[in-house]
Design a protein around this ligand. Structure first.
Ligand code: ADP
Ligand code: MG
Ligand code: MG
Length: 207
């Protein structure tokens, strides 16, 4: 089964397609490299996964993606996303299947790792302003008895709302915090890359 690899290819293609847009956002409030960093990282992740003998289990694949991001991306986002993927991989077991509870578990593990490393909270104008609302859709109190596809759709909407929210606030973490109030009006590049990744996964799962 090559489905996990196919999902990675879908996410990588979306990130690479949005490279210039992500970079242009980062040029406005940071140093203009976010798209380049993410595209480089995902190409490296694809190469690393290509070299794996066995890509049937999600845990080892997620860990390989995470390590490739950590090793190949300078700057803030690569190591943060990398730590997130590694922790999500560690949260898998031989028996992990795609359902509301397992997605919640993986996203929560990723968010915890990103927060441990980056010490940012929701509202600081970072990738977390997308990732936390996305994860919250999969919590039992919000997912209730909804079918998986409906929760995945809720989360796609939440990702867009998270990005829009970052437009209204000033950055308090990362390079964009250096421009402070002047970052208001611009979407956070990392919040956008998180939305791009999530929506690529959603489209992949829907098909
Ligand atoms: P750099 O800022 O080092 O050039 P990138 O441009 O690749 O790195 O990534 C910038 C993105 O990283 C920001 O838009 C933000 O979403 C995210 N980011 C920066 N610092 C943090 C942090 N401490 N916690 C979570 N995300 C962060
Ligand atoms: Mg940057
Ligand atoms: Mg940089």
């Amino acid at each position: 089964m090559t489905r996990i690899k196919d999902a990675l290819d879908a996410v990588a293609a979306a990130v690479i397609a949005q490279k210039d847009y992500l970079t242009s956002l980062d040029a406005k409030i940071g140093d203009g490299d976010h798209g380049l960093n993410m595209a480089r990282g995902f190409r490296a992740a694809q190469e690393a996964v290509e070299e794996m003998d066995d890509t049937t289990l999600p845990g080892p694949v997620l860990k390989t993606i995470g390590k490739a991001l950590i090793q190949n991306v300078g700057g803030a986002a690569g190591p943060l996303y990398g730590a997130g993927f590694v922790s999500a991989g560690e949260a898998c077991d031989g028996d992990t299947h795609m359902n509301v509870a397992s997605i919640e578990k993986l996203l929560s593990a990723a968010i915890a790792a990103i927060q441990k490393r980056g010490r940012a909270a929701q509202g600081d104008k970072t990738m977390l302003d997308t990732l936390i609302p996305v994860r919250d859709c999969f919590l039992p109190e919000n997912a209730q008895d909804k079918p998986l596809f409906e929760v995945l759709q809720d989360a796609s909407r939440a990702a867009g709302e998270g990005v829009n929210y970052t437009k209204t606030i000033a950055a308090r973490k990362g390079r964009a915090s250096l421009v402070g109030e002047r970052s208001i009006g611009i979407e956070d590049p990392g919040a956008v890359s998180s939305m791009v990744m999530y929506r690529a996964l959603y489209q992949f799962l829907k098909n």
